[in-house]
Design a protein around this ligand. Sequence first.
Ligand code: FES
Length: 107
Amino acid sequence: MTDTFAVTELIKDLHFSCQRDQSLLKAMELAGKRCIPVGCRGGGCGLCKVQIHSGDFDCGPMSKKHVDEEARRCGQVLACRVYPLSDLTFEYRPASELASNTQQQIQ
Ligand code: FES
C-alpha cells in the first residue's frame, strides 16, 4: 500500500504528489505548483478553499465561517486541512464562484 497519492487540479490541469501526512496545500507548495492561493496555512483564512471532485480524504479543523456543513457535504474544503487517503481530483475557484455553485446545488 502506498502512502503517496496522485493529485490533479482540474482547471489548470496541474498534477502533483501528496503524501498521506501532508496537506494538499503543503504538497502543492513543495511541488512548486501554483493552483491554490496560500494564506494562513491553518484553516482560518479561507483563501485555499477548493472543490474536491473525486477521492477520499481526512479533514482537520476548518473555520466554519469559510466552510459550513453544507459546503463540506458538497466537497468544498480548505486545502491546508485536507489530507488525501487516495488519489484526488479537485478544482480551485474563487470563493464567490463556489458560493453561487452551492446555492445552485441546494435549489
Ligand atoms: S491557507 Fe488559510 S485557510 Fe488554508
